[in-house]
Design a protein around this ligand. Structure first.
Ligand code: SAH
Length: 393
């Protein structure tokens, strides 16, 4: 309730970056600069050598970035002073600039608006709970899936994020926690959810590499448990199959929102390509391959998908499978004609699933005051609207 929305315009300092200078391409077309976190551990030494350095410099940089959570040359005192700036600029370029920070829940929920090298905006949200810290990350600037109840879906896709841009959101959160900047004392990130902007499986290879960087052992990566990472998808069936073959133990979340194709075609337009039955088949294959319960996401939308018969239809689909339903009260988005289900109706829906033996919980809606909850991430200061603090992009 106590919203303490504080804006810190232009809080971060970024190393100015120019890549393919003068290429003059339209914004969003150039690729983000290469970063150590884009590279597999095995390729990092070669990258350092290509730059004329000794291979072990890459190991030192990995330790700075993934263990000490820094990309500041001045802090890299184990590197000769004359090499620091060059190495950091070449292998640890600052990819994202914090344009604005908003917090609520007494600082336990923090949303950061990031500006990319090309002016693209993305957001990440850190949520601290008594027993864990969850980081919600973006995988794309915007989203091409066009779900009508989701703010990100309204703006369309700007571009995919690079692996390192995804990882950088987590590193920034981890650094804030390590520095004691989040109320509750020093801490670490325990969970990651790909539930920020974008459809992670539409940016498959960069997302997969980001999962590896997040979960590889320190200092190759951030050392977060694979089991604590959730990849959430609208239901891109071939990509779910591919993910099932990666020998990972990350959790899969499927944004179902309706048990019937008629309604799901409208709520999740990609359903016109891959139907409910195909999506769930892929989900059960994922569960069989990984042994992990699939999370079924269901936004409760008043008088749209919250009827008793739809609860029963959903139970029919899930019964006997390794699934858990997350009911999410619809979060308001600008211009949407829909609202959240009546709490009594939502409870009844939950009760019907539970009575059929389906594990079900109602997701908390952290961050609604700062538009940081599911479906509210729209990166409001995009080019065209003057960003907070009036900085030019
Ligand atoms: N593209 C991915 C991940 C991003 S959205 C996906 O769709 O799964 C993360 C979750 O928030 C999804 O389940 C999504 O359907 C849900 N969501 C989107 N808009 C919402 C809203 N307005 N209220 C509640 N949940 C919403």
């Amino acid at each position: 309730m106590a919203s303490t929305g504080s804006a810190a315009p232009g809080a971060a300092t970024a190393v100015p970056l120019t890549i393919t200078a003068g290429s003059g391409g339209p914004p969003g077309r150039a690729r983000p600069p290469r970063h150590l976190a884009d590279l597999r551990p095995a390729d990092r030494r070669a990258a350092a050598e290509d730059l004329g350095h000794q291979g072990f410099r890459a190991d030192q940089l990995s330790r700075h970035y993934f263990a000490r959570l820094t990309d500041e040359p001045a802090e890299m005192t184990d590197l000769p002073a004359r090499l620091r700036d060059g190495l950091a600029a070449a292998l640890l370029p600052r990819l994202l600039t914090a344009e604005r920070e908003l917090s609520c829940d007494r600082g336990m929920t923090r949303k950061t608006l990031w500006r990319g090298f090309d002016g693209a905006y993305v957001e990440s949200v850190l949520m601290r709970y008594p027993d864990r810290v969850t980081m919600c990350v973006s995988s794309q600037a915007g989203c091409g899936m066009a779900c009508p109840f989701c703010a990100t879906g309204q703006a369309g896709l700007t571009r995919n994020l690079s692996t390192a841009e995804i990882v950088a959101q987590v590193v920034a959160g981890a650094r804030a926690l390590a520095d004691g900047k989040v109320p509750g004392g020093r801490g670490r990130i325990s969970n990651i959810v790909f539930m920020g902007m974008g459809e992670p499986l539409a940016n498959y290879s960069n997302v997969l590499a980001a999962v590896r960087r997040m979960t590889d052992r320190v200092p190759d990566g951030l050392g977060i448990s694979q089991r604590a990472v959730t990849v959430s998808t609208v239901g891109m069936v071939p990509a779910i199959g591919r993910l099932a073959g990666e020998q990972l133990s990350v959790r899969l979340a499927v944004s179902l929102h309706a048990p019937d194709d008629d309604l799901r075609d409208e709520l999740v337009p990609v359903n016109r390509r891959w139907k409910v039955a195909e999506v769930l088949d892929a989900a059960w294959q994922y569960a069989a391959a990984t042994g992990r319960r699939v999370s079924i996401e269901y936004a409760m939308i008043r008088a749209v998908n919250d009827q008793a018969w739809r609860a029963e239809a959903l139970a029919d689909l899930l019964s006997g499978h390794l699934a858990h339903v997350n009911l999410i009260p619809l979060n308001p988005t600008p211009g949407s004609r829909w609202t959240a289900s009546d709490p009594q109706v939502a409870r009844e829906f939950e009760g019907r699933l539970a009575a059929r033996g389906i594990p079900v919980t109602v997701r908390d809606t952290r961050g609604t005051q700062i538009d940081g909850a599911c479906g509210q991430l729209a990166a409001s200061s995009r080019p065209g609207a003057p960003p907070a603090g009036g900085r030019a992009g």
